[in-house]
Design a protein around this ligand. Sequence first.
Ligand code: ADP
Ligand code: MG
Length: 144
Amino acid sequence: MIKLETESPAETYNLGRRIAKGIRAGDVLAFKGELGSGKTTLIQGIIEGLGVGERVQSPSFVLVRTYQADFEIKHVDLYRLDPQGADGLHLEEIYNEDGVMLVEWADHAGWLPGTLSRVEMAFVPDDPLHRRITVNGPIQKRLA
Ligand SMILES: Nc1ncnc2c1ncn2[C@@H]1O[C@H](COP(=O)(O)OP(=O)(O)O)[C@@H](O)[C@H]1O
Ligand SMILES: [Mg+2]
C-alpha cells in the first residue's frame, strides 16, 4: 500500500498527472471516498496526464464519459446507482481490456474486473484542504 497526502486541489490534480505516468492500457482503477473527497479532481489530473486536452467533467449524471488518448479512457461514476442494485450500468458491457477504466464509487458496481488497482481518498478532520490517499494494486509498483 502506498500512502499519500495532498494539501490542495491543485496538489491532488498534479498527483493525478503523476499517477498517469504509471498507467498502461488494460488498467482499471477503482476510486473510493466520500462525496467531495477529491476523486474527480484526481481523475481530471490523470486524464490530462494521459494526454487528453479536452475538459474533463464529472460523469455523475451521465455515468460514463469516454476520452481518446493512446488508448480509450472511460471515466465512470456509479454514485447514482443503488449500491445493491444489479440494474443500471453493466460495467462488464462497457469494459474494454485494451483501454483504461477509472471508476468512481466502484463499490456500487455489480461487476468489476479481476485485476484492478484501488485508490481510496479520505478527508482529514479540521483541515478542509487536506486529503489522505492510499493506492493498492498493480499501479502501485509503477508510481515512482
Ligand atoms: N486536497 C484536495 N484535493 C482535492 N480536492 C480538494 C482538496 N482540498 C479541497 N478540495 C475540494 O474538494 C472538492 C473535491 O471534489 P471532487 O473532486 O468532485 O470530489 P469527489 O469526486 O470525490 O466527489 C473540490 O471542491 C475541491 O476544490
Ligand atoms: Mg466525483
